[in-house]
Design a protein around this ligand. Structure first.
Ligand code: GUN
Length: 284
C-alpha cells in the first residue's frame, strides 16, 4: 500500500490566492494589511525564514516591514520597537523572529506584542483564547496542520483518535488544543512517554513534532492512519527530512505529508491568513 500525499505546496498556493483576493477587497476600502517582522542578530536560518515571510507578504499584496537589528540591541530597545508597532495603525501583525540573542528575554518580548497583532499566536492571551475557544490568533504551524486535515475531508474529528508527538508551546500543545476543538480524542506524547509505539499504533491521526529523525517508523503506524510530519531536520547525508521515516511509513499510512513540501509552506501561509484576519478585524 502507498499513502496519498497531502501536498502542502499546492494547498498553500490555493489559500494564498484566497488571501490575495481578500487583501484586494480590503484595499478598496483604503486598508492594506501590514506585517512587521523583526529580526535581531545574524542567525542564518532566521535570515532565510524572515526573507521568505516578507516575500510571501509581497506576493499577496500586503505591506511588509522588515526591521533588522544588530545582536547588540538591548531588550529595552526591542521592547520599545514592539510598543511603537503596537501603536502603528498601518501594521496589523507583529512577528519577532525567534530565537533571540541570549541577553533578551523572549517571553517578555512576546508578552509585549499586543494580542490584537500577535499573528504568530505565541502570546499567553492567544494560547488562552485557543484553550477556552475564544477569538484569538492560532499558532501558524498547528493551524496549517488543521487546514491540511480539512483538505482531505477531516474537519470534524469526532470519533477519531489523534496522537501528538511533542509538547512544545509553539506546536505540540496548540496542536492538541486545535484537535480537541475539532472533537478528536487527543493523546499528547513526549520524551517522558514510556512506549510511544503503543500510543501511535492506536492513532487515526499522528502529528510528529519533535525535531528528530525517524521518531515515527512503519511499525508504529496503524494501516490507513493520517500522518502529519512537522519535523525539519537534516539526515546523516545532509538531506532535508522530517521526523517520520517517510519511505517506510508511506507503505502503511493512508495519507502522509512530505518534507519538504508539506507542513513547511503551510506555516507561512497561515501567518498570512492571521495577518489578513487581523486587518479585517481592524477594519471592523
Ligand atoms: N522561529 C522559527 N519559527 C518561528 C515562527 O514561526 N515564528 C517566530 N516568531 N519565530 C520562529
Amino acid at each position: 500500500m502507498t499513502a496519498q500525499l497531502i501536498d502542502g505546496k499546492a494547498l498553500s498556493e490555493q489559500l494564498r490566492k484566497e488571501v490575495a483576493t481578500r487583501a484586494a477587497a480590503l484595499k478598496v476600502k483604503g486598508i492594506t494589511p501590514g506585517l512587521a517582522v523583526i529580526l535581531v542578530g545574524d542567525n542564518q536560518a532566521s535570515q532565510v525564514y524572515v526573507r521568505n515571510k516578507v516575500k510571501a507578504c509581497e506576493d499577496v499584496g500586503f505591506h511588509s516591514v522588515l526591521e533588522k537589528y544588530d545582536a547588540s540591541m538591548t531588550e529595552a530597545e526591542l521592547l520599545a520597537r514592539v510598543e511603537a508597532l503596537n501603536n502603528d495603525p498601518s501594521i496589523h501583525g507583529i512577528l519577532v523572529q525567534l530565537p533571540l540573542p541570549k541577553h533578551i528575554d523572549d517571553h517578555k518580548v512576546i508578552e509585549t506584542i499586543s494580542p490584537a497583532k500577535d499573528v504568530d499566536g505565541f502570546h499567553v492571551a492567544s494560547a488562552g483564547a485557543l484553550m477556552v475557544g475564544e477569538v484569538g490568533f492560532k499558532a501558524c504551524t498547528p493551524y496549517g496542520c488543521m487546514k491540511m486535515l480539512e483538505s482531505i475531508g477531516m474537519k470534524d474529528l469526532r470519533g477519531k483518535h489523534a496522537v501528538v508527538i511533542g509538547r512544545s508551546n509553539i506546536v505540540g500543545k496548540p496542536m492538541a488544543m486545535m484537535l480537541l476543538a475539532a472533537n478528536a480524542t487527543v493523546t499528547v506524547t513526549h520524551s517522558g512517554t514510556a512506549d510511544l509505539g503503543a500510543m501511535t499504533r492506536q492513532a487515526d491521526i499522528i502529528v510528529a513534532a519533535v525535531g528528530k529523525v525517524d521518531v515515527l517508523t512503519a511499525d508504529m503506524v496503524k494501516p490507513d492512519a493520517v500522518v502529519i510530519d512537522v519535523g525539519m531536520n537534516r539526515n546523516a547525508e545532509g538531506k532535508l527530512c522530517g521526523d517520520v521515516d517517510f519511505n517506510g511509513v508511506k507503505e502503511v499510512a493512508g495519507y502522509i505529508t512530505p518534507v519538504p513540501g508539506g507542513v513547511g509552506p503551510m506555516t507561512i501561509t497561515m501567518l498570512l491568513v492571521n495577518t489578513m484576519e487581523s486587518a479585517e478585524r481592524a477594519a471592523g
